[in-house]
Design a protein around this ligand. Structure first.
Ligand SMILES: [Mn+2]
Length: 388
């Protein structure tokens, strides 16, 4: 796409969903560093998310995590979100933080534990009904640590049964986003270790089940853009959990570690029509801000995704196809690199100004004084964080 106004329209239309847990305290297994002004409940997390949307104009949806964002009245939480100009995005189930899940949740050998896990997933669909959310995001920590610990294929049967029961419960406009992860917390087998496993389960479930690609959940060196192209072609890419990593599941800001990889991913998205809202690809962030200020980090991440998208939109597809058809390896590569090496910041500044926004979202946020205000006001109570 090289028509400048079409590129601008596409950038203006892109929506990036931010995670409620990105606004709370987080850390590694060694230490969680508390920050002043961090939200103490889901309502305050939404207020912070509204700051990101105000600064970028591109982040109206917020993913929730249950039970971290558990409240008495979900309809009231959704109304609060609407009042802030936001919507509730994906509901992320949590079947990994209970003692019962030591040997797994939906694949646990104990049927009582499996029942408890599936009941939680069904409760998450109830929360979707109450909040208007359309996406149930499922990530399972299930797996084994030692050879012989459990029957690998029996665990697949249990997983399939659980997914089928939840799938049956979905409304017409609701879907499952099934996430995979290579390792951690289990170190020998994970029950959903890769896109192929997730894809096979989604295929069996039906059209309302799609795969979510968390960019931090692969082996080093994995060609993620290939996975993206394949899943888009099959109509099975439900969305992304963007974050970046140097080693494993680092959950750093999207686009920070490897902006070229993010560009290559967005190139496959753009080329295969994944930006069109009707394909249903959700551009979500799934990251934790352990040492940096949280709201600016989310804003920076949104901007990084936008920059990768803008570069992907600038690929001269006519020239690329011509070079590919001619078998001109170097020319084809050059077309792609020309787009990647373009400084798209002025283009995005223009898009923002055209939408009535400050061309510099980080400066706009700083000018609000929100960080100082919340640090002064949010005293007492419990700051939100893992397990809250
Ligand atoms: Mn994720």
């Amino acid at each position: 796409m090289t028509d400048r106004s079409a590129v601008q329209d596409a950038l203006r239309a892109q929506r990036i969903e931010t995670p409620s847990w990105g606004y709370g305290n987080s850390g590694t297994r060694f230490k969680v560093f508390a920050q002043p002004g961090v939200p103490r409940d889901p309502y305050e997390k939404l207020a912070d998310a509204a700051q990101v949307h105000a600064a970028t104009g591109a982040a109206p949806k917020v993913s929730l995590h249950i039970p971290w964002d558990a409240v008495e009245d979900y309809a009231a939480l959704a109304a609060h979100a609407r009042g802030l100009g936001l919507e509730i995005g994906a509901i992320n189930a949590n079947v990994f933080q209970d003692d019962d899940y030591k040997l797994g949740s939906v694949t646990n050998p104990d049927p009582r534990v499996r029942r408890k896990a599936v009941d939680h997933l069904l409760e998450c669909v109830d929360i979707m009904d109450a909040t208007g959310s359309t996406d149930l995001k499922l990530w399972f920590s299930d797996g084994t640590n030692y050879p012989g610990q459990d029957d690998t294929s029996a665990r697949q049967d249990r997983l399939a049964d659980a997914l089928a029961e939840v799938y049956q419960r979905l409304g017409d406009d609701q879907r499952i986003l099934l996430e995979y992860k290579l390792f951690e917390p289990a170190f020998y087998t994970m029950d959903v270790p890769d896109w192929g496993t997730a894809y096979a389960h989604c295929l069996r479930l039906g059209p309302k089940a799609t795969v979510v690609v968390d960019t931090g959940h692969h082996a080093p060196g994995t060609n993620i853009e290939f996975i993206v192209a394949f899943l888009l072609r099959e109509g099975k890419l439900g969305g992304f959990d963007f974050n970046s990593r140097f080693y494993a599941d680092d959950d750093l800001m999207a686009g920070a570690a490897d902006p070229f990889q993010l560009f290559r991913i967005m190139h496959e998205v753009v080329k295969n029509g994944g930006l069109a809202p009707e394909t249903g690809v959700a551009f979500m962030l799934d990251q934790c801000h352990n040492i940096e200020a949280k709201i600016p980090a989310v804003i920076r991440s949104v901007m990084n995704v936008q920059e990768a998208t803008a570069k992907a939109l600038l690929v001269d597809t006519g020239a690329l196809t011509a070079a590919q058809d001619a078998g001109d390896v170097l020319a084809a590569n050059e077309v792609l690199m020309d787009a990647y090496n373009t400084d798209v910041r002025p283009l995005l500044a223009e898009v923002r100004a055209g939408a009535g926004l400050d061309p510099n979202p980080l400066a706009a946020y700083r000018a609000t004084g929100w960080a100082e205000q919340t640090a002064a006001e949010r005293v007492g109570g419990h700051q939100a964080g893992w397990g809250a």
